[in-house]
Write a protein that binds this ligand. Structure first.
Ligand code: UDP
Ligand code: MG
Length: 323
């Protein structure tokens, strides 16, 4: 019973050649501080165009003599962090570890927190997940923080799931939770939503924002906007319900208006003015219809992609033996 427990450390890496090694040794230091647990590493090279994969392989080679296992999967191109996380989680789900941690390679997720996460996990039998939450967004562009806040507000108000503001993808999960996540077949993934959707009791640990070790964040303004829209559409069908109701109200309104016009014409005879207001109404509803079609198109587009059942990522090479 008092055997060593094993934890898979899942690390998505995209162009992190300067960070991976420092990151790895920083986590190993933390491992030394935690008794009764041993870490295994799963690096996912998300189609990096720099030497990230070489650095990972070097680490893996060096660790062969060690009991620590360092696995890696390298993608054929950049598939995005979501895909990288899935690859790591799937690998972990197949193994026989006790827990898995997802953590960024740029040391923006302080590895020391893993210790607290484990303590919190062990303290309560019913807890399956301990996740990190940023309490400050220091060092981040103001505009990004503002948009992020607005996104969480809207998301929590209108979608089926609750997403905690400041929640990052840094979390410790039980094996059964990892298995649940890995078994979700959707190809367009919004992990923040999936983590919440699978349920399980989650505890939160707060931490201060840390600057990335080296390099730049991979997020562009457009990338973040898409991410927010994707996340919302993945987990909310309220926009569609709202549109249905809205369409009904508009149709009823125009019906009433039509009747009023007929009555007016019958009682007071015909009058021609009203040209400007007619054009205004046409433009107004034309615009609304286009917007609605666009929104419906978003959902249909996703259904289209989902029905193609494409894999989330394509592996180029890996040191994991598939049986
Ligand atoms: N990442 C990835 N694929 C991508 C973009 C990012 O695997 O397409 C990894 C990246 O290497 C890092 C983590 O995801 O380990 C977080 O990325 P980043 O630091 O750019 O995001 P931020 O911290 O700004 O949210
Ligand atoms: Mg980062």
């Amino acid at each position: 019973m008092s055997d060593t427990k094993t934890i898979d450390i899942i690390v998505p890496c995209y162009n992190e050649e300067d960070n991976v090694e420092k990151f790895f040794y920083a986590v190993r230091e933390v491992e030394k501080l935690i008794e009764g647990y041993s870490f295994n590493y799963i690096f996912i090279d998300d189609g990096s165009s720099d030497g990230t994969l070489d650095v990972i392989k070097k680490i893996a080679d060096r660790m062969v003599a060690d009991v620590t296992s360092v696995k890696y999967i390298s993608f054929s191109r950049n598939f995005g962090k979501e895909a990288a996380m899935v690859a790591g989680l799937k690998t972990s789900a197949k193994g026989s570890n006790d827990y898995a941690v997802i953590i960024d390679a740029d040391l923006q997720h302080p590895p020391e927190l893993i210790k607290d996460m484990i303590a919190r996990m062990e303290a309560d039998e019913s807890v399956d997940c301990v996740a990190a939450r940023r309490v400050s967004r220091k060092g981040e562009p103001k505009i990004r923080s503002a948009f992020a806040r607005a996104f969480y507000k809207i998301m929590n108000r209108y979608s089926d799931i609750e997403i905690v503001d400041g929640a990052v993808d840094f979390r410790l999960m039980s094996h059964r939770m990892v298995k649940a996540i890995a078994s979700m077949p959707e190809t367009q993934r919004f992990s923040k939503g999936i983590f919440a959707w699978v349920g399980f009791k989650t505890e939160w640990i707060e931490f201060e924002n840390v600057k990335r070790l080296s390099g730049e964040s991979k997020w562009t303004v457009w990338g973040l906007t898409r991410y927010a829209i994707d996340g919302f559409i993945d987990f909310a069908d309220s926009p569609l319900k709202f549109l249905g109701a809205f369409g009904g109200v508009v149709a009823a309104g125009s019906g009433i208006y039509f009747v009023i016009e007929i009555v007016k014409t019958l009682v007071m005879g015909k009058d021609t003015p009203g040209y400007a207001s007619t054009i205004c109404l046409i433009l107004f509803f034309g615009g609304i219809i286009i917007a609605i079609l666009g929104l419906i198109g978003e959902y249909i587009g996703r259904m289209y992609l989902e029905t193609k059942c494409r894999p989330v990522y394509v592996e180029k090479e890996s040191n994991i033996d598939e049986e």
